[in-house]
Design a protein around this ligand. Structure first.
Ligand SMILES: [Zn+2]
Length: 365
């Protein structure tokens, strides 16, 4: 009797196992196609010309910028700000190349070299270098996220963003009337445990080096950001652009308080559009309230990715794809921003704080 039962049970188990194996899939492979049918407004160029204040063209000194400018035209991008200007001869070559091949279409920001910060004369040299770079055409300063996170002095001490040896550089930018675009830190979740609750788990799995949870190597997110905020407070005459919404795009009320606290600070949307696209109503309110303080930025220069930015900002479309799953596994919704807010975001605010941009590229009003 028993033997008769064993075989069918064995076969049923085997079939179930086979089916389960077929159903098994890594979450990284799961790409469900939405069956939702709703109005779509694919947006491949913007309603008004725009300035991208956050881009990186590392080889701008030798690139065919006429070709890049044609590509920019297809997006309605009037001006691209290259934050990777470095300094000295390299910076000069970039400005010269732009003047030759696509005058008026590119702006270059200078970078500061923190090597040797504890050597005598570093501060004076950095200030003099910034003057030279300005004379050669730099129209802003870009600070990379390594300051405050991984820049070390010759004894291996972390260099804080509010290190007093850098103060004269911030002051100099203010004197020259050029903004400092500063990227500090990372999304706060990079400091959280990498587990099933972490919103950027996939990114940490793919790029384990990005995790900052090792407290022996990195201070907390709050400490790193506070050092940045300290320089905003200490240098009210200098205009700062806090990159990537200051990593507060997931808490816009907090970002609003931040902007209220530091009137010399602007912020830009590079690499955080997926945060906005998941809170269209609250983000729209925020953009209307802080419309005079916001700038358009993208970061990585990949023309087709801009389309998602435009669609999130300009349309009221629902539930559409974002382009990088490790940033966001959720769908996007449009903010449907009013025209005047779009104009400020796209160009009016940038024209106020970045000197020397050709205003004739923009609607005259
Ligand atoms: Zn960047």
């Amino acid at each position: 009797m028993k033997k008769l039962l064993v075989l069918p049970i064995f076969l049923i188990t085997l079939t179930a196992f086979a089916q389960e194996t077929e159903m098994r899939m890594d979450i990284e492979e799961y790409e469900p196609t939405s069956t939702l049918v709703v109005p779509e407004h694919i947006t491949t160029s913007t309603k008004y010309p725009f300035i991208d204040v956050h881009s990186h063209l590392w080889r701008m000194g030798t690139m065919d910028l006429a070709q890049t400018a044609r590509e920019m035209d297809s997006l309605n991008m009037a001006v691209l700000v290259n934050l990777s200007g470095r300094s000295g001869e390299e910076l000069k070559a970039m400005v010269d190349n732009a003047n030759k091949l696509a005058p008026g279409r590119f702006v270059v920001f200078a970078n500061i070299d923190f090597n040797g910060i504890d050597e005598p004369g570093w501060t004076e040299n950095a200030v003099a270098q910034l003057q030279t770079d300005y004379d050669n055409g730099a129209r802003g300063v870009k600070i990379f996220k390594n300051l405050g996170l991984t820049v070390l002095d010759s004894e291996g001490n972390r260099v804080h963003t509010d290190d007093t040896r850098i103060d004269p550089v911030w002051a100099k930018a203010g004197e020259l009337g050029i903004p400092v675009l500063i990227h500090t830190g990372e999304p706060a979740v990079f400091w959280e445990p990498i587990d099933e609750h972490n919103e950027r788990w996939l990114e940490m799995k793919q790029y384990p080096d990005r995790h900052r949870g090792d407290t022996t190597r990195y201070p907390s997110w709050e400490v790193i950001m506070q050092e940045q905020w300290n320089i905003f407070k200490k240098h009210p005459e200098t205009t700062f652009i806090n990159a990537h919404f200051g990593w507060m795009a997931n808490d816009l009320d907090r970002l609003g308080e931040h902007l209220d606290t530091y009137p010399n600070v602007y912020t830009e949307i590079a690499a955080i559009i997926a945060e906005l696209g998941r809170q269209p109503r609250h983000a729209q309110e925020f953009f209307i309230k802080y419309q005079d303080r916001l700038l358009f930025g993208k970061d990585t220069y990949r023309p087709h990715e801009y389309h998602t930015y435009f669609r999130v900002l300009e349309t009221d479309d629902e539930y559409f794809d974002y382009f990088r799953k490790r940033h966001a596994f959720w769908q996007m919704y449009g903010l449907n921003l009013p025209d005047e807010v779009l104009k400020k975001l796209y160009y009016k605010n940038a024209l106020k704080i970045i000197p020397g941009i050709d205003e004739s590229l923009f609607p005259n009003e």
